[in-house]
Design a protein around this ligand. Structure first.
Ligand SMILES: *Cc1c(COP(=O)(O)O)cnc(C)c1O
Length: 388
């Protein structure tokens, strides 16, 4: 084991089991380790580096702001935060944005919005939030409670009360869970990322949206992983033809700097008032400048090429030797392999490609601007690893 790996293992909390891979630098979708070893990055920091590593335009946006003012607190106005909120609202039809630093915080904000909205409108007993089985919504005690995977819950009890879980793609069961718990809101991921790249059915999401609208239950969509161009639409809900009441996002938003956003529709834009919520770093000018540059570049022609690349990857992998099935949208792709996903991953790494896994699948979340050349090379390596 290298000296770096020894120091890390001695001093960094052992909550992550790392691969024996060190990364020193990168450019675009190629990253470099010691001795010039290079890899094609098919994970982009778990869907974070939307425009790859050390992208010139992103660096320019971030460093210009860094030299101007790096932080001021929320007591004062700063340009990037205001412009980012405006752009997000213009692109989504939402009315207000709360900024935090992560996906979990974006979801905490959404949960507070739902609780206060329902408490004021329907009464304090309407505090529950229904989420889906196999979902993932974060690691704080409240977003863990929202997460519909029991193995994350063990030994951390008691979690925040007020969450009920219902099976994905079962509209009747979800409606029953909403009614039984007198729920304030239902929160979904259109594609369950950590859950194994499982895509929700169109009819299910539309049915939930219609039920939620009719019964004044908030439809909250967690776009932490699916958002910001990942699926070939700006947000995945846009591909379902529904208009959520609350949308949360993070990961790819900042392009590599920590920022999360909770976007609120007209119905709930005034629910949180002065003093109801806050975050010291929320809307930090440097993170916001990075996010602004990311969102500005996600125009229709760019999103079309995300789609095109996703279709290419799927077409290459569907029916390939050792591949059972392929799921996902755009550049969020899950591959069910005959061999255990972990073994495929190791074979890819040995051949200079860094994919991810999620549950029993190999998961691909490359940078949205990955070059065709890198994409083709990576897919060839992945195909070989599946077939071996
Ligand atoms: C990653 C993720 C989160 C948590 O985001 P953090 O930034 O790690 O707090 C929440 N929801 C979904 C869908 C995610 O993929």
């Amino acid at each position: 084991m290298s000296q770096l790996q020894q120091i890390d293992q001695a001093y960094v909390a052992r909550t992550y089991n790392r691969f024996p891979v060190e990364i020193i630098s990168g450019k675009g979708s190629t990253v470099y380790g010691p001795n010039g070893k290079s890899y094609i990055d098919m994970g982009s920091g778990i869907g974070v580096t939307a425009f790859g590593i050390a992208d010139d335009e992103w660096i320019q946006a971030v460093t210009a702001q860094l030299a101007q003012v790096q932080h001021m607190s929320n007591l004062y106005y700063t340009e990037p935060c205001a412009q980012l909120a405006k752009l997000l609202c213009e692109r989504t039809g939402m009315k207000k944005v709360f900024f935090g630093n992560s996906g979990a915080e974006a979801n905490e904000c959404a949960i507070k919005v739902a609780r206060k909205y329902a408490a004021e409108k329907k009464g304090a007993e309407h505090f529950a939030i229904v989420t889906l089985e196999n979902s993932f919504h974060g690691r704080t005690l409240t977003t863990l409670a929202a997460t519909g995977q029991d193995h994350f819950h063990q030994l951390f009890q008691p979690l925040t009360p007020g969450f009920a879980h219902a099976p994905a793609n079962d509209l009747d069961a979800c409606i029953k869970a909403i009614e039984d718990s007198k729920a304030a809101a239902i929160m979904i991921e259109c594609i369950q990322g950590e859950g194994g790249v499982k895509v929700l059915d169109q009819a299910f999401v539309k049915g939930l949206a219609a039920y939620a609208a009719e019964h004044d239950v908030l439809l909250m969509v967690d776009e932490v992983q699916t958002g910001n161009g990942r699926t070939g639409a700006l947000y995945a809900y846009m591909r379902y033809g529904v208009q959520p009441d609350v949308v949360t996002t993070a990961k790819g938003l900042g392009g590599g700097l920590p920022i999360g956003a909770c976007m609120m529709s007209e119905k709930v834009e005034s629910v949180l008032g002065f003093g109801d919520h806050g975050s010291t770093y929320g809307g930090n000018p440097v993170c916001s400048a990075g996010a602004l540059s990311v969102i500005r570049r996600l125009d229709d022609p760019f999103l079309a090429q995300v789609q095109e690349k996703g279709v290419y990857v799927k077409n290459e992998l569907i029916g390939a030797p050792g591949v059972e099935s392929v799921s996902g949208m755009g550049l969020m792709i899950g591959v069910k392999t005959v061999k255990p996903a972990g073994e495929v991953l190791k074979a890819c790494m040995a051949n200079g490609v860094l994919p991810l896994t999620a549950k029993d699948r190999v998961r691909l979340l490359p940078a949205l601007n990955i070059s065709w050349n890198e994409l083709k090379q990576a897919v060839a390596v992945i195909k070989q690893a599946c077939a071996e």
